[in-house]
Ligand binder design. Structure first.
Ligand code: FAD
Length: 481
């Protein structure tokens, strides 16, 4: 029987950076649901935060802790900010090119709640796409596309592999170690910025095999998203636009954010999200815009080419036109609880890295552009741990029974769940609304449904239960008292 040394689930930054750090002699298999680029990493625009020099590490730590509102694990934060410099330098040494000025110096930009410019970027606003391509080109291991993990095979305190659904068939794949790098939960919400593959099924599977999810109430909403479009994934207007001068204005062109926070456009994203949400509610749904009046066209096109062309395709002429914006779900701070090497305590050989993991590095609110960094730093740590800690492996056989993944009414119920999560478990929460949401999710779980919807519901239930438990607002979790 073929047994891999490591199975990696996910082809985002966390999965692929795990892969490139495992020697090619090892037997590694990488799995992803659709195409490799169908992941949040591919869509990351703004960049990756990194301490500018050794002296800046402490300030990066403090900015991260401040954004995290007291819920961060300081040790994890210190690891991310200090090892982040090596992680980014190691990409540069391998040949990755961040944007530079004419003299060849790295260009650092600023994003909300960073006390200085420390975000490096590539391809202007195409950092994620450039990194994804680079990591794919440097990956020495085989990759199986269009493969959905539908079960984690485990017995007692060991995992033995995964059951996958691939080209209409179920198959067990065995491995000595598993790294889950399957990303967040975007498509649980009606409005979100995430890739279509990001649907919280792995979090549901983790619950099924007894792993703990932590901080699941900490869901981050991005303030500046163009939501009036057909696709499930809505068009994000990067934080760095505001960092470099874009303004949030009402229909008369007036800036109103200073009425909510003295930092105006540079307030942390949860404050800006709630301000826009509140402003729209108080002004009968008045449209709020992002204005680019401070930008010169040539600079805008060069600095934000992806946004420029994506919005051109949607009929906007930037920077002249204002774009209507609304907040949308963006990032999950909570996840499968793990230690600073990504290890899940429930099992001897299961690791989680990237957005699916919860090291508490983001606490109650993620500082902008810290997630790509988290993916780089903690995937390397997990791999080092696996390579250093080789364990005896014995084989267990598991059945290859079919799972019923979908049932007839699932699509309708899935959309109902999305609307429910948006309305009752969204930007501003109320205890009654959360209780109603919990009740409705529990009722849906009693219906005759397929496994994938069941997994979404299990994860949603965990988010709602965590939100109910936290009775006072903190960070991204805002509850009306
Ligand atoms: C529009 C957008 C812009 C962003 N901009 C930035 C930014 O500028 N800077 C920053 O730091 N962060 C940014 N973020 C956040 C950041 O991109 C993500 O947090 C990060 O890329 C997550 O990486 P990951 O490797 O954990 O997961 P992802 O990149 O999301 O990859 C998840 C992978 O898991 C696979 N998968 C999921 N479930 C299964 C399953 N059941 N079976 C098999 N495979 C599965 C998927 O197919 C995919 O390959 C942005 C996010 C979005 C959505």
């Amino acid at each position: 029987m073929l047994v891999y040394d490591v199975i990696i689930v996910g082809t985002g930054i966390a999965g692929l950076n795990s892969a490139i750090n495992i020697p090619k002699e090892k037997k590694v298999l990488i799995l992803c649901k659709e195409n490799s680029w169908d992941c949040n990493t591919f869509y990351a625009q703004g960049g990756i935060s990194v301490a500018v020099d050794e002296n800046d590490v402490e300030s990066h730590v403090q900015d991260t802790l401040n954004a995290g509102a007291g819920l961060c694990d300081e040790k994890a934060v210190r690891i991310m900010c200090s090892e982040g410099r090596d992680a980014v330098n190691s990409l540069i040494k391998r040949g990755f090119e961040f944007d530079k000025d004419e003299k060849g110096n790295l260009l650092y930009t600023k994003e909300a709640a960073h006390s200085r410019n420390r975000i490096v970027h590539a391809g202007g606003d195409a950092t994620g796409r450039e990194m994804h391509l680079f990591l794919m080109q440097n990956n020495p291991h085989p990759l199986m596309y269009k493969t959905t993990v539908v079960k984690i095979l485990f017995k007692d305190d060991r995992v033995f592999g995964v059951k996958v659904y691939h080209q209409g068939e179920f198959k067990n794949i065995y491995a000595k170690n598993i790294i889950l790098a399957s990303g967040g939960i975007g498509s649980l919400y009606e409005f979100h910025t995430n890739a279509r593959t990001i649907s919280a099924d792995i979090q549901g599977l983790a619950l099924e095999c007894g792993c703990e999810l932590r901080d699941m109430e900490m869901t981050q909403f991005h303030p500046t998203v163009f939501v009036s479009m057909e696709k499930a994934r809505k068009q994000l207007l990067s934080e760095s636009l505001r960092g470099e001068g874009a303004l949030v204005v009402n229909k008369k062109g007036e800036r109103f954010l200073f009425g909510y926070d003295k930092r105006g456009e540079l307030s942390p994203r949860d404050i800006v999200s709630r301000a826009i949400f509140d402003y729209k509610q108080k002004h009968k749904g008045e449209i709020v815009y992002l204005s680019f009046e401070n930008f010169e066209k040539k600079f805008f096109k060069h600095r934000f080419p992806t946004i420029y062309y994506n919005l051109k395709g949607l009929g906007f002429n930037l920077p002249e036109d204002k774009v209507p914006i609304s907040p949308a779900f963006h990032y999950m701070m909570g996840g499968i609880k793990c230690d600073i090497d990504g290890k899940v305590s429930r099992f001897k050989n299961l690791y989680v890295v990237g957005e699916v993991a919860n090291t508490r590095v983001h606490g109650a609110n993620r500082l902008a552009s810290n997630s790509l960094l988290e993916g780089l730093v903690f995937s390397k740590r997990a791999v080092d741990k696996i390579l250093f800690n080789e364990q005896d492996f014995f084989i267990e056989n598991f059945d290859e029974e079919k799972e019923v993944l979908f049932k007839q009414n699932d699509k309708t119920l899935k959309n109902r769940l999305r609307a429910l999560m948006w309305e009752k478990v969204g930007i501003i929460r109320e205890k009654d609304g959360l209780q109603e949401a919990l009740h409705r999710v529990e009722e849906m779980l009693k219906l005759d449904i397929g496994k994938l919807l069941r997994l979404r519901l299990l994860t949603s239930k965990e988010i709602i239960k965590s939100a109910l438990k936290r009775e006072k607002s903190l960070g991204a979790h805002y509850i009306k008292e």
